[in-house]
Write a protein that binds this ligand. Sequence first.
Ligand SMILES: Nc1ncnc2c1ncn2[C@@H]1O[C@H](COP(=O)(O)OP(=O)(O)O)[C@@H](O)[C@H]1O
Ligand SMILES: [Mg+2]
Length: 238
Amino acid sequence: MSDLLAINSLRAGYGEAVVLPSMSLTLGEGQVLALLGRNGTGKTTLINSIVGVTRRFGGTLSLGGVDITAMRPDQRARAGIGWVPQERNIFRSLTVEENMTAVAQPGPWTVERVYEMFPRLRERRGNFGNQLSGGEQQMLAIGRALTLNPRVLLLDEPTEGLAPIIVEELLRALGTITRSGGICSIIVEQNAQKILGLADRVVILERGAIVHDAASRDLQADPTVLERYLGVAGAAAH
Ligand SMILES: Nc1ncnc2c1ncn2[C@@H]1O[C@H](COP(=O)(O)OP(=O)(O)O)[C@@H](O)[C@H]1O
Ligand SMILES: [Mg+2]
């Protein structure tokens, strides 16, 4: 498997604060990586650093062999970094459909295909972003990232704060997306058990560094690692 995303000795944070002292991580074509760790361990900072919205003190990033270190966030997006931020950030004054067509790039993920996956978005296609429920906003944030036809899809706690029935729908959609091929993803999730079945690989962070990197099937067989790094709550099946 060739490396699609390569992060080399990345040092990043905000202002004068270094959150990731020296992060190195590679992601292969088609790989689905679950990024886990307790609150405040740097998961969002890592995602944001791939997107390009943190302060970089050193290190490099490349995508498909192309150095993206010097690229602005919008250039990284066009190069193939798709982002579903923790705070969703949909365009509130655009309609559902405009949110997607505003950023769409040619490729397998069309607005129509997103509507097939999330029929609720088709029903709401003419509604403005600020008229959507939390679950609908998350569906739209995912749909918008997909219609960019990214090479890497970054999802930061996509199920956070949503009702269980919506969470189930989103997890089913993430399964559809990851199985459809042609895309690799990093999914941040608080509840490890929700995501182990979707992911090939699990990376656990502590204090801005990787403390565990394993195949998800190994973690499913041995939950003690999850208990050690995430505590009982993070590892528990819900
Ligand atoms: N905008 C910011 N400015 C300064 N420090 C921040 C900012 N955002 C996060 N941090 C700090 O960076 C650390 C990691 O945060 P974060 O990446 O959000 O963790 P996680 O997503 O794993 O919960 C925390 O100590 C947090 O306080
Ligand atoms: Mg976070």
